[in-house]
Design a protein around this ligand. Structure first.
Ligand SMILES: O=c1ccn([C@H]2C[C@H](O)[C@@H](COP(=O)(O)O)O2)c(=O)[nH]1
Ligand code: ZN
Length: 177
């Protein structure tokens, strides 16, 4: 074997040993949002959000839950009742709002939010006002709801970019290795 052949086979070996199936940045931050969602006590819908700055540092994470001090012995997780006071909707803090309020930086200006579900109109307002400039979401299952249409209308007007994250399939991962 010539010296070049040895070098070539060593190079090939080291390339073969490189990991290809590690998480890319988008996968990593979306996975962080999904991990946060697992903290939610909502029996029906668990939402997580992760805010990332332009240095790819996580600056806030949140999930849907009742406000501090409002425990589920006193507040309901139900969805349907004749009296809205007996449902969760008047009380629950959305994941996006919690992620913004939980920020560990002075602000979230120019940050990106990764979120499990497309933000509702109330969260869209908070996202815009906090100057987040990009939203990457996983599910758009409420795309036809007026609140989602309103969110998109406001994001478009305010110049907040949004796009759907599509996870890699097992086949994609096999092709890379
Ligand atoms: O943008 C959103 C929208 C909803 N949520 C939370 C609020 C509630 O806990 C659930 C929604 O309950 P459903 O049973 O799916 O009606 O999701 C949120 O965090 N962010
Ligand atoms: Zn919301």
């Amino acid at each position: 074997m010539t010296e070049k052949e040895v070098t070539d086979s060593l190079t090939k070996l080291s390339l073969e040993q490189k990991r290809a199936d590690y998480l890319d940045w988008n996968e990593y931050f979306m996975a962080t949002a999904f991990l946060a969602a697992k903290r939610s006590k909502d029996p029906n819908t668990q939402v997580g959000a992760c805010i990332v700055n332009d240095e790819r540092k996580i600056v806030g994470v949140g999930y849907n839950g009742f406000p501090i001090g409002c425990g589920d012995d006193d507040f309901p997780w139900g969805k349907n009742s004749n009296d809205p006071l007996d449902t969760k909707y008047l009380y629950v803090c959305h994941a996006e709002m919690n992620a913004i309020l939980n920020k560990n930086s002075s602000d979230v200006k120019n940050c990106t939010m990764y979120v499990a579900l497309f933000p509702c109109n109330e969260c869209a307002k908070i996202i815009i006002q906090s100057r987040i400039r990009e939203v990457i979401y996983m599910s758009d299952k409420h795309a036809l709801k007026k609140s989602t249409i309103a969110s998109k209308k406001m994001f478009d007007a305010a110049g907040v970019k949004y796009w759907q994250f599509v996870p890699r399939t097992a086949c994609d991962t096999e092709e890379m290795s």
